[in-house]
Design a protein around this ligand. Structure first.
Ligand SMILES: NC(=O)c1ccc[n+]([C@@H]2O[C@H](COP(=O)([O-])OP(=O)(O)OC[C@H]3O[C@@H](n4cnc5c(N)ncnc54)[C@H](O)[C@@H]3O)[C@@H](O)[C@H]2O)c1
Length: 249
């Protein structure tokens, strides 16, 4: 059993914790956060299916007043784990890395951290082998993870030479309205970070693309136009995707 802890129980941390709890070869030791956030209070309402650890000792009173059962500090959690999945707010992971180093633990960081936080900028399919045995991995962002999965799927079957990616993305998560544009479309400079990330993970593919931030909190549109090495039909692509265990058509 691999003992896993999740630091940062927000949008991504909740998904990671639920995912780890479902794995037969992993034990979710607990989750850590800094305050009685909505997600932490929801954990309490569900009867604490996951143990909670306090990452900010000075907020102890706040957590106590909210009635959140606390199993220890972030340091306690780290020491009981083989690996920490760090899903704290962008930039905090780099600071937490010092703790993971201190206790000689492995960690996986999310897309909001700089690539330099980790030994490998990692994708679970496209460069899986590069991550083996490494102490620190950083995952590609959610959009990039999905689109690289589809490009890698086609690449393994027939080879991909070039891709052009268009992303029209919701500007913030629900509840994060303060981060958003309210009445404008914002286009990032091309090539988008997703295209650059794809080329970092799959250096043999030539990629470009545009990213348009859109004032909604739900949903993205992502298109990938790919030039393959062999001529293929739409049915071929659908077949490739249907065979893939992590792509739903
Ligand atoms: N939301 C998305 O769609 C999305 C997609 C891909 C990647 N990411 C990345 O995932 C990471 C987390 O993003 P999110 O959207 O889940 O953010 P979030 O704000 O929903 O969650 C972050 C959580 O970390 C907690 N936190 C802050 N400092 C902490 C500390 N020192 N110790 C423990 N917990 C701490 C916050 O209280 C919060 O609950 C970021 O790197 C982000 O870029 C987010």
């Amino acid at each position: 059993m691999v003992r896993v802890g999740v630091a940062g129980y927000g949008v991504i941390g909740q998904r990671l914790a639920d995912g780890v709890a479902l794995q037969k070869d992993m034990e979710l030791v607990g989750v850590a956060d800094v305050a009685p956030t909505l997600a932490v209070r929801a954990l309490k309402e569900k009867g604490m299916p996951y143990k909670f650890y306090n990452a900010l000792p000075e907020n102890g009173e706040l957590l106590k007043n909210a009635g959140i059962p606390v199993s220890g500090t972030l340091m306690d959690l780290i020491q009981q784990c083989d690996i920490i999945m760090d899903a704290t707010s962008a930039g905090v992971g780099a600071k937490n890395k010092e703790l993971y180093q201190k206790y000689n633990k492995k960690a996986i960081f999310q897309g909001g951290e700089k690539n330099s936080v980790a030994d490998v900028f990692f994708h679970g399919y496209a460069n899986y082998e590069k991550g083996l045995g490494k102490q620190f991995l950083k995952l590609t962002s959610c959009n990039t993870t999905g689109l690289i999965r589809s490009v890698d799927c086609i690449d393994r079957k027939v080879g991909v030479e070039k891709v052009a990616i268009t992303i029209i993305r919701r500007v913030a998560d629900p509840g994060d309205y303060h981060r958003g544009l309210t009445n404008a479309l914002q286009v990032d400079k091309a090539p988008s970070h997703q295209a650059l990330d794809l080329m970092t993970i799959m250096p043999h593919v030539d990629a470009t693309g545009i990213l348009v931030h859109t004032p909604v909190t739900h949903g993205h549109i992502i298109t990938v136009v790919a030039k393959t090495k062999k001529k293929i039909s739409k049915d071929n692509v659908l077949e490739f995707f249907q065979e893939h265990p992590r792509i739903r058509v």
